[in-house]
Write a new protein. Structure first.
Length: 358
């Protein structure tokens, strides 16, 4: 059979179309592979949560409850373990995750968010850039509060503001909320405060307050304070007089907000950044820089699903662990906002929070 020139042209065009179509299909297949491997990658693997707190502490408690449940929310059901790496206010853990951990999605750091704040202030020992972590989320947004013993006489903000002598608050050391927050409040609100540092834990500060060595504690999360000082708070021997939240905690409807006492925009900025935002970022979960984006998405989604899991919520309720999460994207936004602050505010924070030993 004779085939005309036009027929040959049509056949060649058809062959080219098939070849191009196959090439497009091949490229599409190649493009899909990383996305599939992001979810399937975790099958048979072990994920390690590096906790910057010691065994039995707040960081450890949240890491362990997350570890018990998150595996079932990740395709492939990986094993999840907790490795404690305490020290330097969880800076050691943050440095390790940033510098030493492989960026493969199998190491999740859990550290105190104030260590990120420390980078902004130029504190020594930091070997990371907070803007380059891949954030997974936060299980609970802490609302910082100030509480004092009844015997101290500081049972309201009016009495604190009218005090003729500095009100003594116990603290661990620079970088901890219970050290930084009272110093920020003293400057922003002209409150009479004396920070007594060197205590090892919130429990030790509670004992010091009950013995009269200090008047109370300031800059501790309400979620942490209420189980530790439950009896005294119930009897009225300890009183919460101030909270550092944008809106009142439902459990503390009559306790005033610190930001409402600010008399200038500068004071409001100091309170927002130094007491509100740091409370929201207190228990951060993050991946090393360079972790594949699809694995980041898988772990962010799994983290959120885990914190909605009815079994986890029942367990958390029994253990008196509050669940009030922030997603990874929101954590990232908050961290980045720290580094876009007005330089004058940063300079003021550095001045307020400088290490007194130096």
């Amino acid at each position: 059979m004779l085939v005309g020139t036009n027929s040959i042209h049509i056949m060649n065009h058809g062959i080219r179309s098939v070849v191009v179509g196959l090439a497009v299909m091949t490229m599409a297949t190649i493009t899909v592979i990383p996305f599939a491997s992001g979810a399937e990658f975790f099958e048979g693997k072990t994920i390690r949560i590096v906790s910057g707190g010691g065994a039995g502490g707040g960081l450890d408690a949240y890491s362990r409850i997350v570890a018990r449940h998150i595996g079932k929310h990740i395709q492939g059901n990986p094993t999840v373990i907790v490795q404690n790496m305490p020290g330097a206010g969880s800076m050691i853990a943050a440095n390790h995750v940033y510098r030493a951990a492989a960026p493969d999605g199998l190491t999740i750091g859990n550290f105190i968010g104030t260590v990120l704040f420390g980078q902004l202030l130029g504190r020594p020992g930091i070997e990371f850039d907070a803007r380059h972590f891949e954030y997974v989320g936060v299980p609970v947004k802490f609302g910082n509060v100030c509480a004092f013993t009844k015997r101290s006489g500081v049972t309201s903000m009016e009495k604190w503001m009218a005090s003729t002598k500095p009100v003594k608050v116990g603290a661990t050391g620079p970088g901890a909320g219970i050290f930084d927050v009272p110093k920020i409040l003293a400057d922003a609100l002209a409150l009479p405060v004396q920070v007594i540092s060197g205590y090892k834990s919130i429990g030790d500060i509670r004992l010091a307050a009950e013995s009269g060595e200090v008047d109370g504690i300031c800059g501790v999360g309400w979620e942490s304070l209420k189980p530790i000082w439950a009896k005294a708070l119930e009897t009225g021997d300890a009183v919460v007089v101030l909270q550092m939240l944008p809106q009142a905690d439902p459990e503390l409807p009559n306790v005033p907000l610190a930001i409402n006492f600010a008399k200038s925009e500068s004071a409001r900025q100091l309170i927002k950044v130094g007491t509100q935002d740091t409370g929201a970022l207190l228990f951060v979960y993050a991946l090393p820089p360079g972790t594949p984006k699809e694995r980041v998405r898988v772990l962010r989604r799994a983290f959120q699903d885990t914190l909605k899991d009815p079994v986890l919520l029942a367990e958390a309720n029994k253990a008196k662990l509050d669940i009030n999460p922030l997603g990874g994207a929101e954590v990232e936004r908050l961290v980045n906002s720290l580094f876009s602050l007005n330089p004058a505010v940063v300079t003021k924070l550095k001045e307020i929070l400088k290490d007194p030993v130096k």
